[in-house]
Design a protein around this ligand. Structure first.
Ligand SMILES: Nc1nc2c(ncn2[C@@H]2O[C@H](COP(=O)(O)OP(=O)(O)OP(=O)(O)O)[C@@H](O)[C@H]2O)c(=O)[nH]1
Length: 372
């Protein structure tokens, strides 16, 4: 498959990234006895009953609408889901039932916490959270003992029912109490990350993006590439999106504002919907010829380009910067090539230094050339 740019020049199509994407601790030293899915980075979803764990998973990864989660049945056993089949980002999510008891002999904590990259603890902010905080403390102490590298992410969830002031107050209170509890347990050096989330807006996608990003060792390289790309192309903000889930796996280093992120998510929905309706091929709704431009009435442009079958670059820029579309497209091709290199070369050179530096040099050189 080839990609032709505006000048008719073609470069090889990047395609979807290799299966051995290679992030998370287990990927560096795979155990041949392990099944492929068992060796993927694992994210645990934990929290009390009815806190919203299954709803989060369904909304983010199954495109279930939030209202459809209202009558979800309670989860009674660990539900393991492989996210790699449907998307580029490869990991497993384990949804653990809220009533799990660590002291139960059937609970194999070594196995559950051992090979896992991140633990998301969901707290229902609309409920009394005293019990949830006790469970959080118990979970963190146990998991940290088994796996000190585990990252703890606390979702203060269902905040759609709270006023803005109440949200901030709840976050402050939970933050304070959680750290006090950890200090009591002698774990004052542990770090917890807090997010205000709801399945009724984009906050759950944003929070999940940040959790997933922490499991991608190539993140600094991706951010660096995005920084170089936007600064040489007159772009204000760029997100590298995983199209299926709308998780962004990287963005440039300027701060993310929620509105920009929401606009970009909506753009992806529009592109997928339009190509589902008018696309020529039945099997693919997002392919190498996918791109879209949306002009807004405030002089801003949203520009989407396909990077791989599962990845899209969505940029926000001023209308006058878009007059130099040729430059942007040229720089985009360099960027895409560099991304390909980051992952491809890493695969070839497993065991030796990753080639992220080469990729940065590549994009540096080409971007400068395009400006001269
Ligand atoms: N208002 C609001 N309700 C939510 C949100 N997320 C989930 N819920 C509701 O919370 C209820 C419980 O959600 P579940 O996903 O079943 O909770 P769970 O944590 O998986 O529960 P167990 O399987 O029993 O452990 C459902 O009725 C959801 O619709 C949210 O962000 N806001």
């Amino acid at each position: 498959m080839a990609f032709a740019d505006d000048d008719g020049a073609s470069t090889s199509f990047v395609g979807s990234f290799p299966k051995g994407f290679g992030y998370g601790p287990e990927d560096q030293d795979p155990d041949p006895a392990m099944s492929e899915s068992e060796s993927k980075p694992r994210i645990l979803l934990m929290g009390l009953r009815r806190s919203g764990k299954s709803s989060i998973q369904k909304v983010v990864f199954h495109k279930v609408s939030p209202n459809e989660t209202l009558f979800l049945e309670s989860t009674n056993k660990i539900v393991k889901e492989d996210v790699s089949n449907s998307s580029f980002v490869q990991f497993q999510i384990w949804d653990l039932p809220g009533h799990l008891n660590f002291f139960d002999s059937a609970f194999d904590s070594e196995h559950i916490f051992g090979g896992c990259g991140a633990l998301i603890f969901v707290i229902d902010a609309q409920d009394d959270y005293v019990d949830a905080l006790a469970k959080l403390r118990q979970t963190v102490s146990k998991a940290n003992k088994i796996n000190p590298k585990l990252k703890f992410e606390v979702f203060i969830h269902k905040v759609d029912g709270l006023s803005d002031d109440h949200k901030i107050e709840t976050q402050r209170d939970i933050h304070q109490r959680a750290y006090d509890d950890l200090a009591d347990a002698g774990l004052e050096n542990l770090h917890l990350s807090f997010y205000l989330t709801s399945i009724y807006d984009h906050s759950i996608f944003e929070a999940f993006s940040k959790v997933v990003q922490k499991l991608i060792p190539q993140l600094p390289t991706l951010e660096n590439l995005l920084n170089i790309f936007i600064s040489n192309s007159g772009i204000e903000k760029a997100f590298l999106f995983e199209v299926v889930s709308k998780i962004y796996i990287a963005t440039d280093s300027s701060p993310v504002d929620m509105q920009s992120y929401e606009l970009c998510c909506d753009m992806i929905d529009v592109v997928i919907d339009v190509s589902c309706i008018y696309g020529t091929r039945d099997d693919l709704t997002f392919d190498d010829s996918s791109y879209a431009i949306i002009k807004m009435n405030n002089g801003t442009i949203l520009y989407l380009r396909e990077v791989t079958k599962y990845l899209a670059l969505v940029c926000i820029l001023r209308e006058d910067s878009f007059e130099r579309q040729g430059l942007i497209d040229y720089n985009f091709l360099c960027f895409r090539e560099a991304i390909q290199e980051v992952f491809e070369v890493r695969q070839k050179m497993q065991g030796s230094q990753p080639n992220s530096e080469n990729a940065t040099n590549l994009v540096n050189g080409l971007a400068e050339k395009s400006q001269s």
